[in-house]
Design a protein around this ligand. Structure first.
Ligand SMILES: C[S@@+](CC[C@H](N)C(=O)[O-])C[C@H]1O[C@@H](n2cnc3c(N)ncnc32)[C@H](O)[C@@H]1O
Length: 231
């Protein structure tokens, strides 16, 4: 499979998935700092084609791994912080009756820092590019809706699956979404996200399963599936 992507989309993908950096880009980031990396290197020193190929590979693996645990057929899915939404694209392509609502932000921080962002002041996305990515890859607007976290009312309906890969509780606190979740959870809703503190959620949900863990990065994390919130 080939995916459409242009240089601006490839740049955002690189910032969202920093593991796609080449050794050359890593060196530039170290020597010239985050500002130069975010504003210059990520724009001009990249190969969009190579980023596209690697991104597709990573997203395919994310999709294959998750499809072992959840059935995406004919589901209402909410994605929180999906980035350019490669995972969401593959999910829609594989499950024609599925609809995905996407909550993301519409700005790019000046210096992307990849730590815990207490104030949730960071973002690296452009919602017009997310839309372009879907449309150019053959998905029409009946299958997805995009919500700007900072400027739009979030969708208030019950979802079957809520998914946040390396976003909620990985970069910013779960509690930002907790009261919103009260409005959109039903008994069967499954919430999947990456966190560095899985035990904390055992007190908050009746069911919590760790489905994978990443231990070889600075940010050691677990991917968990939760259902039946107690809050
Ligand atoms: C590390 S990226 C992960 C992107 C994608 N899920 C992936 O796995 O490639 C984190 C994403 O969270 C988004 N983000 C930051 N704060 C957010 C918020 N409050 N709500 C939704 N998305 C947010 C950023 O814009 C960014 O695209």
């Amino acid at each position: 499979m080939n995916i459409f992507l242009n240089r601006d989309i490839a740049r955002l993908i690189l910032l969202q998935r920093i593991e796609l950096s080449t050794p050359f880009l890593k060196k530039i980031r170290k020597l010239s700092g985050r500002y130069f990396f975010t504003n210059v290197a990520s724009k001009y020193f990249i190969s969009p084609k190579k980023i596209g190929e690697k991104y597709l590979e990573i997203m395919q693996k994310e999709y294959d791994d998750l499809a072992k645990f959840v059935n995406f057929d004919d589901k209402k899915i909410l994605s929180i912080g999906g980035g350019i939404c490669g995972f969401e694209l593959l999910t829609i392509l594989n499950h024609q009756k599925t609809h995905i609502s996407i909550i993301e932000r519409n700005f790019l921080s000046n210096k992307v820092v990849y730590g815990w962002d207490k104030e949730n002041s960071e973002a690296y996305n452009d919602l017009n590019l997310v839309k372009l990515f879907f449309i150019k890859n053959g998905i029409n607007e009946n299958f997805f809706s995009i919500y700007d976290f900072d400027n739009e009312k979030l969708p208030e309906k019950h979802f079957d699956i809520i998914i946040s890969l390396y976003s909620m509780d990985y970069h910013y606190d779960f509690n930002l979404y907790q009261s919103y979740f009260k409005k959109i959870f039903k008994k069967e809703t499954k919430l999947i996200f990456d966190t560095i503190r899985p035990d904390y959620f055992k007190k908050m949900f009746n069911n919590v399963d760790i489905i994978s863990s990443v231990q070889n990065t600075v940010h050691k994390s677990n991917r968990i599936i939760c259902s039946e919130p107690k809050f």
